[in-house]
Write a protein that binds this ligand. Structure first.
Ligand SMILES: C[S@@+](CC[C@H](N)C(=O)[O-])C[C@H]1O[C@@H](n2cnc3c(N)ncnc32)[C@H](O)[C@@H]1O
Length: 280
């Protein structure tokens, strides 16, 4: 059996180092928004964490490393689910991460899982862009419907079934994915929400793909996300929760207020000895 090539992406943020293996053609390569979400989400020790649209497992694995009691991930792409399981094990948190194949929150609801903290990084590209000649798995990974907001909005309508009392979720809203639709859905569903980070990360396409970014700049690099306090950044990370009695948003941490969040990582190609069709 020929060895499978895969990308190995190493990133370090918030005192945590992760190594992620990624199938080069059949699953989503974390983009700059993915990295930003991982750098911004607040995970409390002991949380039950859910990663909806989990891809490589980046957010679930990061959450487990940051102290989540249990992290769950869901992705519709079986290749991504397989690699996420492998990645959890590679990072020493295989016992606290479980990944399911399925549609948005459905597998979590079926198992009656309730999240204290949840991250959603679903497809946000308008279909016209996603309809480029790319593998079907990748089209699903990026296709957010006619204006880019369809999956975001569906997620907002469905997430309540898997949120614990007082639970919170993080959701990027990109300027190109009609954020007003997501915000309207959040209001209609009765969520309190606020942006916890704004940034002018490059728009979708090659500029936003971290693999391309780092292949253009070989070697380990430090990537700084700006946090323009006043400017309307192109991408916002929203934190949302149900406004239950007497509970307010936690104050933004010093880290969230910093002008820069830095992510340090490295991309290379490697031959997989154990990455192919291996159940973990
Ligand atoms: C933009 S990628 C993000 C992946 C990963 N969270 C990250 O940040 O690197 C979107 C992911 O959502 C998955 N996806 C798309 N539609 C889905 C759905 N209806 N239910 C579950 N996963 C879905 C795709 O397969 C893809 O892995």
């Amino acid at each position: 059996m020929p060895a499978l090539s895969f990308y190995e992406l190493r990133l370090r943020a918030r005192g945590v180092t992760l190594t992620l293996r990624i199938h080069p053609e059949k699953m989503f390569v974390p983009n700059l928004v993915s990295l930003l979400s991982a750098a911004v989400m607040r995970v409390e020790p002991g949380d039950i964490f859910c990663d909806v649209c989990s891809g490589s497992g980046l957010h679930a694995i990061m959450a487990a490393k940051l102290g989540a009691r249990q992290a769950y991930g869901v992705d519709v792409n079986p290749v991504a689910v397989e690699f996420a399981r492998l990645n959890a094990r590679l990072n020493g948190v295989g016992d606290r991460c479980r990944f399911f194949e399925g549609d948005l929150v459905a597998p979590l609801a079926q198992k009656k899982i309730k999240a204290d903290c949840l991250t959603f990084t679903g497809p946000q590209c308008p279909s016209a862009y996603a309809d480029r000649p790319i593998a079907p798995e990748l089209r699903t990974a990026v296709n957010g419907g006619p204006d880019g907001s369809a999956v975001n909005v569906r997620f907002v309508r469905e997430v309540k079934t898997v949120l614990a009392e007082g639970g919170r979720f993080y959701q990027p809203t990109a300027a190109w994915a009609r954020p007003s639709s997501s915000l309207l859905a959040l209001r209609e569903e009765g969520y309190a929400f606020r942006p916890v980070f704004r940034t002018s990360v490059p728009v979708w396409g090659r500029g936003n793909n971290s693999r391309d970014w780092f292949l253009r700049h070989p070697g380990s690099r430090r990537l700084a996300f700006d946090h323009p306090e006043q400017a309307a950044g192109r991408t916002r990370i929203l934190e949302a929760r149900r406004p239950s009695a007497g509970r307010r948003f936690a104050p933004l941490s010093g880290e969230s207020r910093q002008r820069f969040i830095e992510v340090d990582f490295n991309v290379r190609r490697a031959a997989a000895a154990d990455g192919r069709r291996k159940k973990v």
